[in-house]
Write a protein that binds this ligand. Structure first.
Ligand code: HEM
Length: 421
């Protein structure tokens, strides 16, 4: 007699709720979400959803699942077999001109690859980044901050994004990758559009290929002590297309989060009393402010995408095949079951660097923290009375599901003399 018992997978599926029935899909691409994402996460947690997985939309007609529970996210991030990062089976299901395509489409890089390809790209990037001398780079960060601060210190006002954090992050990344300022400027233009999810994919890709293709040819002729040369000479023997894509990823992964980490940490430090020094006490150190931002309000809010090749049940929710599962670092780090205290010192448990096989490289984390710390220290040493030019509540956050990014950060301070070069 034939066994008519359903399989364990079929039984799990029958007992579970499809993700689209968990609640109304939340739009992560609106200005309202960008203005107050933390209330949105709290509502997801407290109100209707009561689930660690929530249906969201990353862009018009681009549905996804957002993991907002820490433990659920950790499980997904550490299970690359069921949650691989390769987006190829998914990307053709979304509109060709979808604004999230440049950011999420498959590229031959570590971030969007799985298995052996991931190991290959990750190995090359590790070698490239491990070769960076943090002490020499710190000297270069200091050398870069001086002319930037000197440009605005006498004016008594500045936009910390456009006048400081962004040019600093680009300049440091150009140095690390051995790129000229011209190449860096073109990459900057393309990446800003990629992160804002507001533009034409073909144009973005075309600019990146042209600028970085030229840079690779240059480095082949004139090798240097930089990440590009180490990628070029790595035993993995990457093709030009692969090299371009490693560089795009390094720029994208390095610059946007670093700009936002610097700006958001300065904002915290100049608006929260405990970070301000007085004549009788020292303020809380920059390192603690950086950690607090990484834990509570991370610069990359939602990312670490994976695409389950088969339908899969997680926490009693049934997720469809080939639809992105996005990790909300911002929501998971504030999950009250793991974070119910304001003591973050030395915290390393958070998900802001990702986790599992795609987690940010240890050397990149050290460099990002050193660059951000040095940039903030130099700025606040030079202009200790710096404050926001407008109330914090009036600052505008750029829309886009993936970042926590101020459009501009206008500040004022007493005019100060230039720093010595
Ligand atoms: C504040 C600074 C930074 C933050 C918050 C950050 C965060 C992250 C996160 C969350 C991931 C995982 C992404 C995913 O799984 O989809 C990641 C991966 C990555 N990061 Fe970072 N990162 C930072 C700085 C940097 C820097 C400075 C570099 C290089 C110059 C870098 C290079 C990379 C690369 C290449 C990956 C992909 C690794 C892989 O897929 O195996 N990151 N980073």
């Amino acid at each position: 007699m034939q066994n008519s018992l359903p399989s364990p997978a079929a039984r799990a599926r029958a007992a579970s709720t499809p993700i689209e029935q968990v609640g109304p899909r939340i739009l992560l691409h609106t200005p309202e979400f960008a203005a107050d994402p933390h209330t949105a996460y709290q509502n997801m947690r407290n109100n209707k959803y009561r689930s660690s997985l929530v249906p969201v939309e990353l862009a018009p007609d681009v549905p996804a699942t957002l993991a907002i529970g820490f433990r659920t996210a950790a499980r997904i991030l550490n299970d690359p077999e069921h949650f691989p990062a390769d987006s190829r089976a998914w990307q053709d299901t979304i509109p060709a001109d979808s604004p999230v395509r440049p950011m999420l489409e498959w590229r031959p890089n570590a971030l969007r690859s799985a298995g052996l390809a991931h190991a290959l790209y990750r190995g090359a990037n590790t070698a490239g980044l491990d070769g960076v001398d943090p002490h020499r780079l710190r000297d270069q960060v200091i050398a870069t901050t001086t002319p930037l601060i000197n440009k605005f210190c006498r004016a008594g006002k500045a936009d910390l994004i456009a006048d400081y954090a962004r040019p600093l992050a680009f300049s440091v990344m150009n140095t690390m990758l051995g790129c000229t300022d011209d190449v860096g400027n073109e990459v900057a233009w393309a990446l800003a559009r990629m992160f804002d999810s507001t533009t034409d994919t073909d144009k973005v890709n075309q600019v990146l290929i042209q600028a970085l293709g030229g840079h690779i040819a240059d480095k082949r002729a004139n090798p240097g002590d930089d990440v590009t040369t180490r990628l070029l000479t790595h035993k993995s023997g990457l093709s030009d297309e692969e090299l371009i894509n490693q560089l795009v990823t390094l720029y994208a992964a390095g610059i946007e989060p670093m700009v936002n980490l610097i700006a958001n940490t300065v904002l915290l430090m100049v608006t929260e009393a405990r970070f301000l020094t007085s004549r009788t006490s020292f303020g809380t150190p920059i390192k603690d402010a950086l950690t607090e931002i990484l834990v509570k309000d991370p610069p990359i809010t939602n990312l670490c995408l994976s695409y389950p090749p088969q339908p899969i049940v997680v926490d009693g929710i049934w997720l469809p095949a080939n639809q992105p599962v996005v990790i909300s670092m911002a929501a998971c780090n504030n999950d009250p079951t793991v974070n119910n205290t304001d003591q973050f010192f030395e915290a390393e448990w958070h998900l802001s660097w990702g986790a599992g096989p795609h987690a940010c490289f240890p050397s990149a984390r050290v460099l990002a923290c050193m660059i951000s710390h040095t940039a903030i220290e130099r700025l606040l040493d030079a202009l200790p009375d710096l404050v926001p030019a407008i109330p914090k509540e009036q600052l505008v956050w750029r829309p886009g599901p993936f970042h926590r990014a101020l459009q501009a950060f206008p500040v004022v301070f007493n005019p100060a003399p230039p720093l010595h070069i």
